[in-house]
Design a protein around this ligand. Structure first.
Ligand SMILES: [Zn+2]
Length: 618
């Protein structure tokens, strides 16, 4: 996934109870494991719900087991039955516990006879945390409604009753019905030529963890971008998306050359409406992506490199728990950089690595100690901790350090071997380290000490000798920024005509937190940043301008906040407004207009920012 800041708002609070298994799941894989899911669902747009049934195939690991415990959140359960090997059904007794704020409702099904399959007949709630329902007016083309899922991290349980832990992998079949003219897609091979008849079947033959279960439905057209790739998007968006993502096949081929075959068959991309709360989500066979990367010049397609890279790191080898999430995101951010370098050159890859490294250096000291660690102590992760960009950017920095110490050829061979060794498994940080030690660290002695590895993985902060890439263009921007702030270089004289998106991001990122108002006005007069269609630049520009007290940008900032529901591009503006009482009042007005178009995760994040600011100001 890119990007993950929602975790800061509560999905990753690890309760101290239930540590025997995954602390974020009620599942008991030491008793029984789900090996296959059969879904039969109808998409009911008027009621904003999915109706149907989930049939779970079970592998009983403990002969004494008495029950099957599943994760659910806000599901209405009509009936649960055992399905015998002959297909005969028998009703089962069950208990649905009161709803826990973080984990949802534990569903305990009495199964002393260890049925081969259990079927749950259920309906989702209109407020399901893992689904968003958009009216036709909230889509680009305004003709048909739209719905999509976002299951990572623990939201699959809000639309399917299952063992919602990344440690448990299963294959799935699905039969989904929808109104005519609606196209349904899932995280399984999709057929771009499927008639729009409202009747769809899917088959995911690779075992996947529950957070990779995904569904999307709406007025969706498809356009091929290569022999095994296509983009799916609303009809008015699909041509633009196909152009932006035309290098997809080259990206797949590059990743294959580095890390071995792409094992999933097709790689398609679904471009969602702007309310999608993340940059991208690596749903197998069908990446879900934000439209905010469609800027016309391919400058933000490293998002596709990132989601594609997850086909190896994350989807092929999966972090066994959310505490180990850096195994997904750190490795993926590293691989993303390698794909970007191969396709668009080392200067751009270095710029992206530097951008994230500098941002992490700035933020990490303010984080709680445990949250600064790649592999935090799970018992010490409390309500105020978050994973944020540590998993991504400290994780990839560690891998770049390994590459530098061991040399690219040997490190590439190591990583390819790692992907083969753990393919289609969910592993812990410790399993990764047990493989790293003999196969890299001890195989090439004298390159890196074991205590250095441990400092990266279990230590706080960033090791002092962590290597930074060198970017002459960024160095020149640092010089221009400081000359501009010191008054020796006029805004209009900045050499910014040829700056790419990353270079503007870097220039704005390193402005003072609250720059002088006059400086911001000079910048805007010279470069017309207010109203930019590029949301990466807009987020940074508006945050700084609001902090500088530049009220002239407020309406354009509000327009950005209403248009875009992607957490990472929207929440910083709420935070900037929330710093003053007048700004906070304005942000509340903006939120009242934006709320209906926001995903439940974005609503939760914004409401938390507003509530915190109100508390602080009273
Ligand atoms: Zn990711």
């Amino acid at each position: 996934m890119r990007f993950l800041p929602a975790l800061a708002f509560g999905t990753l609070m690890l309760p101290l109870a239930a540590l025997a298994n995954d602390p974020n799941s009620y599942a008991q894989p030491d008793q029984v494991r789900v090996t296959h899911l059969d879904l039969n669902l109808h998409i009911d747009f008027p009621h904003k719900q999915l109706d149907g049934q989930a049939t779970l195939k079970l592998d009983w690991t403990n002969p004494q087991a008495q029950s099957l415990v599943l994760d659910t959140r806000d599901l209405k359960i009509a009936k649960i039955e055992a399905v015998g090997r002959d297909g005969k059904t028998t009703p089962l007794k069950y208990a649905l516990a009161p709803r826990d704020k973080v984990l949802g409702s534990k569903l305990t099904i009495a199964t002393p006879k260890h049925p081969a399959q259990v079927r749950i007949v259920y309906t989702t709630s209109p407020g399901a945390s893992g689904l968003q329902w958009l009216t036709p007016a909230q889509t680009a083309d305004k003709k048909l409604p739209f719905m999509f899922s976002q299951s990572e991290s623990i939201h699959a349980r809000s639309w399917v009753p299952l063992q919602d832990s990344p440690a448990i992998r299963f294959t799935y079949d699905a039969h989904v019905t929808a109104p005519k003219d609606i196209r349904v897609v899932m995280s399984a091979p999709n057929d771009a030529k499927h008639p729009l008849d409202g009747d769809y079947r899917f088959k995911q033959t690779h075992p996947i963890p529950s957070y990779l279960l995904a569904i999307g439905a709406g007025d969706i057209a498809a356009k091929e971008t290569g022999p095994r790739s296509a983009v799916y998007a609303e009809p008015s968006v699909v041509a633009k998306a196909a152009h932006e993502f035309e290098d997809t096949e080259k990206m797949i081929a590059t990743a294959e050359r580095l890390y071995g075959p792409y094992r999933w068959g097709r790689y398609d991309i679904l471009v969602l409406p702007p309310s999608f709360p993340y940059g991208g989500m690596e749903n197998p066979n069908m990446t879900f992506a934000t439209p905010t990367v469609l800027v016309g010049d391919k400058s933000l397609v490293s998002l596709v490199a990132h989601e594609l890279a997850h086909s190896w790191s994350g989807n092929l080898i999966t972090a066994a728990s959310w505490r180990d999430i850096w195994l997904n995101e750190g490795f993926t951010t590293y691989v993303q950089g390698r794909i970007t370098e191969a396709l668009y050159g080392k200067p751009l890859a270095d710029e992206e690595a530097l951008l994230s490294a500098r941002a992490l250096q700035k933020d990490i000291a303010a984080m709680p100690a445990n949250a600064q660690k790649l592999a935090p102590d799970p018992r010490g992760v409390g309500a105020d901790d978050s994973l944020s960009d540590v998993a991504y950017d400290k994780g990839s920095w560690f891998l770049r350090t390994l590459e530098q110490r061991f040399g690219r050829a040997d490190f590439d061979a190591y990583l390819k071997g790692y992907f083969d060794h753990f393919a289609f498994q969910s592993i812990t940080t410790e399993q990764m380290l047990d493989y790293l030690k003999p196969n890299l660290i001890e195989k090439y002695p004298g390159k890196m000490r074991w205590d250095e590895v441990q400092a990266w993985v279990y230590g706080t902060g960033i090791p002092k000798d962590a290597p930074l890439p060198d970017s002459p263009r960024f160095s020149a921007i640092d010089k221009q920024r400081s000359d501009f702030l010191a008054g020796s270089l006029a805004a209009a004289k900045l050499d910014a005509k040829g700056w790419n998106t990353q270079e503007w991001m870097y220039f704005l990122d390193r402005l003072p937190d609250a720059p002088p108002l006059a400086k911001m006005q000079q910048l805007d007069a010279a470069w017309h940043l207010t109203g930019t269609p590029n949301a990466e630049i807009g987020m940074r520009w508006y945050s700084h301008a609001i902090a500088a007290g530049d009220k002239a940008v407020w309406p354009a900032a509000a327009e950005h906040m209403i248009r875009i529901g992607r957490l990472y591009l929207t929440t910083p503006l709420y935070k900037a407004f929330a710093k003053t009482p007048e700004g906070l009042a304005y942000a509340e007005q903006v939120y009242a207009k934006a709320k209906a178009g926001y995903h439940p995760l974005t609503q939760q994040a914004v409401e938390s920012i507003i509530a915190k600011a109100k508390k602080a100001q009273h």
